[in-house]
Design a binder for this molecule. Sequence first.
Ligand code: SF4
Ligand code: SF4
Length: 325
Amino acid sequence: MTDKPKTAFQRPYRSPFSLFDLARIGFFFFGFPKNTFGSVDVTSECNLRCQHCYFFEQERVPQWSLEQWREKFERLKGEGFRFYQCTWVGGEPLLRPELIQLGREYFKFNTVTTNGSLPLPDWKDVSWCISVDGGPAYHDRFRNQPGLYQTIKDNIRRSEGQRITIAYCITRQNRGDIEASLAEWYREPKVRNMVFSFYTPIRGLDDDLWLDWPEKDRMLDRLIELKQQYGDFLVNTTRALNLMKSATARSVTDTCLFAGTSFAFDPAGDAKKPCMLGSKADCDRCGCIVPFFLRSLTDRRLVLKDLKARLFSSLQRKRKRDCQR
Ligand code: SF4
Ligand code: SF4
């Protein structure tokens, strides 16, 4: 087991009640609004050709011009579309920053999911998800790009004040790198946190990245233990991790809230169904964290249980701090 690193760098203290808790209370009372969040495939192009990339398995569509996107956004605005949150994905979205620039004029919150190979624009209002799936040797091999891992590190170190999350997709091949990666990125002051998803099998692609259910359950238990050590640095919530286990996963994905409530547009502005992963994704073995996270936000019984536990542990921590004074 890798211990959480002890370094001179101290991560800032965060309140026991987070925005996540506030969101849960909101959804508890008012339900989950449709089309509040979703994704846009910025471009069909990518500067990498990773093994098992689902994007190039989809039917290629011509990409819309900026003017076509502006017209669409204006039309949606007229229809009362909320323009709350958008995740800009690809291909590699930073190959077409001008479309994200345009989107930032419309959406209140923006996240860009990038392979990290290109310098991050100086957009402080944007959240960044950089895909890093394993240690340097595995990542560079998987992404077919020698030196990529170091390039990502250099780009992160050159960034100034951007909110950066490392997004790690767990596969059969990189499951051994998780703990070392967590420890490494925890030490990087410019990385805010780290989130883990699991590989979702795509019809037509090899299944060799998929962890079978017993192994996936064991990995989820280990992530729950690591969550105890790393706290909020590990973004996944314990509740959502538990829901991803074999005993409950189908009950979540059979009525996937991501498919039911989000929007997803392809590079030509057409709606993608059932979700941003496209029509070939195997929902029964979905490794995306979003449906599980949404269920943990909206299931009233779970929300009450979690808030009670959170309140109890925060009171305990406060009592302990008071005693130490
Ligand atoms: S960086 Fe992303 S879009 Fe590009 S090839 Fe790799 S997985 Fe596919
Ligand atoms: S692939 Fe996952 S997120 Fe997408 S619709 Fe299926 S279950 Fe939902």
